[in-house]
Structures are given as structure tokens and as C-alpha cells.
Design a protein around this ligand. Structure first.
Ligand SMILES: [Zn+2]
Length: 236
């Protein structure tokens, strides 16, 4: 293809994309766009734009605030004990924690566009933040808390980072909040509840209803991880 045709094709492609109103489809983040499939590309792009909203309006602020938070490495022994308890339930394999960082931070306050408060959160695929208010909790309570966050890590691994953020943002945009009405959270609360039942803990978070089995992790073969950025660098 000579350069003139390439530039024209890129222009045409951009024009078609700009004219299209694309419904948000978070599955699109993992579509294999191996060919110049405009529909697939447009969906994937819409998905990533939604995902980036969460990143730029919220997660960047949390990550910056917590990066050097004093005491972030406290209570390592108790966290290790909590992990042993969690693995003993058989609901989580020890190797699922490979590469996962667990840090303390004060995650109650204003972060970017959001006023937020939680016992824990997963701002990126392999990082768990636990709220400092829980430092005094027993190892068994921390096990249920870490279990909840590990379910979010499974979601990141299952959906990909953009897929996770897209789903989370679609729920936030729908006004579903950060708790049981948010389907991403409900899955994590359900897992937390299963851990609580296995450990005979009472007073755990409970979204009600039947507790479903968890999805198994899936591989993410995605040629567009290199293909789309090259295309985008030509377009913009
Ligand atoms: Zn959660």
C-alpha cells in the first residue's frame, strides 16, 4: 500500500469511527481485533475510554496518595496469618497471591472526583490496599477482607484491567455505587460471604440471595494489544 492510499484509508477509518455512536460493551476490551474490523475497533475504543475515566478521575489519586503512606508495611505477620487462614478454606489457592502486594493506606476521603470510603480496594491488578482502621482486626477478620479483595484481583485477571475498569465504571455511571448494587462488587461480596461461612464468622458483609460459584480465570489472547496502539498512533 503506498503512502497516499494509507493516509486516505486512515482518514476514512477515522471518519467512519467518528460518525458512529458506539454502545459501551466492556467485553470489547478483550476482543481479538486481528483484522481491520471497524465495529470491533469502535467497541474496544469505547470500552477503553470508559475505563480510563475511572483511572484519571479516581485511581491515579489513590495510587499517588498511598504510594508512600506511612506504616504501609505494618502487621506483616498478621497478614501472613490471614493468608494462611484464607488458603485453609480451600476457596483460594496460595499461588493466586503470587505477585500480589498488600499495603495499608487511609482509603477514606476525597480522591479526585470521588468521595470514597472502604475497608479495602484494588487500584490495579496486583495491588491490595487495606484501610488503616483495620490494622487492629484479628487475622481471621483480615482473611475475609483480603478474600474480598482477592476476588477483585481475579476479576482483573479474568476481564483484563480495561475490562475490569469498564465494568466498574458502567456500574458507577448507572448510579449503582460501590456496594451490592454494583455487580462487580456484588461478586466480591459473595466471595467474602463464602469465606465467612467457611470460617464460621458472623457479621460479615452480605448482599443477600444465593451465592454463586466464582468464574474461573481465562487466558487473554489479544493481538490488538500491539495492533490497536499502532493504528491509534497513525490516527492521532
Ligand atoms: Zn470490593
Amino acid at each position: 500500500m503506498n503512502r497516499t492510499i494509507l493516509i486516505f484509508s486512515v482518514f476514512l477509518f477515522n471518519f467512519i469511527y467518528a460518525c458512529e455512536v458506539v454502545a459501551i460493551d466492556c467485553n470489547a476490551c478483550n476482543y481479538d481485533c486481528g483484522s481491520l474490523n471497524i465495529e470491533c475497533y469502535a467497541k474496544k475504543r469505547a470500552c477503553r475510554e470508559v475505563a480510563n475515566t475511572l483511572d484519571s478521575n479516581f485511581l491515579t489519586y489513590v495510587n499517588d496518595f498511598c504510594a508512600n503512606y506511612p506504616g504501609r508495611m505494618d502487621e506483616r505477620e498478621k497478614i501472613g496469618e490471614a493468608i494462611n487462614i484464607l488458603v485453609s478454606t480451600g476457596l483460594l489457592m496460595r499461588n493466586e497471591l503470587d505477585g500480589v502486594q498488600i499495603r495499608w493506606c487511609k482509603i477514606r476521603g476525597n480522591f479526585g472526583s470521588y468521595s470514597f470510603g472502604a475497608s479495602g480496594m484494588v487500584p490495579e491488578q496486583n495491588k491490595i490496599l487495606l484501610d488503616v482502621d483495620h490494622k487492629g482486626d484479628s487475622a481471621i477478620i483480615l482473611a475475609s477482607l483480603i478474600g474480598h479483595e482477592m476476588q477483585h484481583i481475579r476479576q482483573y485477571r479474568y476481564w483484563g484491567t480495561s475490562g475490569f475498569r469498564c465494568r466498574y465504571m458502567v456500574n458507577i455511571a448507572a448510579g449503582n455505587g460501590f456496594e451490592c448494587n454494583n455487580k462487580v462488587e456484588k461478586d466480591a461480596y459473595n466471595f467474602e460471604q463464602r469465606i465467612c461461612m467457611a470460617l464460621n464468622l458472623s457479621g460479615c458483609n452480605d448482599c443477600g440471595g444465593a451465592v454463586p460459584e466464582q468464574p474461573s480465570p481465562r487466558p487473554d489472547p489479544d493481538i490488538s494489544r500491539w495492533f490497536i496502539p499502532i493504528l491509534e498512533s497513525l490516527l492521532y
